[in-house]
Write a protein that binds this ligand. Sequence first.
Ligand code: IPD
Ligand code: CA
Ligand code: CA
Ligand code: CA
Length: 266
Amino acid sequence: MAEDWLELEKKAREWTYEAANLVKESLANPIHIESKSNPNDLVTEVDRAIESFFFHKIQNEYPEHFFLGEEGIADELESLGGTVWIIDPIDGTMNFVHQKYNFSISVAIYHESQGMVGLVYDVMNDELFHAVRGHGAYLNNEEFLPVKERPLHESIIGLNAKWLVQEKNAYRNPLRALVRDVRSIRSYGSAALEIAYVAADRLDGYISVNLSPWDYAAGLVLLEEVGCKASTFRGEPLDFMKPSTVIVGKPQLHKEMVSSYVGEEL
Ligand code: IPD
Ligand code: CA
Ligand code: CA
Ligand code: CA
């Protein structure tokens, strides 16, 4: 059956607002926090509850759709075949825990590997970034203006400064050179939101040494609608089946950052 992507976006939006209310309500009570891969990799019962909320809604309404989410409620997927919801229940868990602010819910729907619907919702600021393939990208229902290219030395890039000082980070030196040459850097702590900011022209680019598909899937749908680019540091397409480096930007800037800074073989 051919899907109606505008209808699916409405459904995804309705559930995202519902999920956001659950997240806000959870802030009234103490939140149980655990660590995952390292002491700074946090997860809470709210992350898991929100993933479960989406998983059950989708299973009930669209039993033929697949699910890919950070907290592992669904079986692992081997491809993006069919229709797949890619969800980060809370992107920016560290902000959620420490600031109770600056985190997002990221919901994407892909069909045969193509991004059809993308929503990134900044819960506490009530900012919904959304796009449906071929229908433009919007912030709270207002269409984005076309992005403006700026030369690299006038650009502001989203990047986590921690990577500049981590000995084990092979990209430390290329990233330092980039930080030196751009106008400035910002770090908001939610990759999904930072990618949405590039599409909305609040940032010129965004860079991460390690992201998973739920961090960027929705953002990529937004970027596509405004002609921005996303790839690995080497300029290759992102592989949704494994974590990777990610570089996002306005087309000229993206090209320059890859070719002159992070694209070389290390
Ligand atoms: C994290 C955030 C953060 C980024 C990390 C992600 P999470 O996602 O997007 O900004 O730097 O790489 O893992 O764990 O809060 O969903
Ligand atoms: Ca996480
Ligand atoms: Ca995330
Ligand atoms: Ca998350």
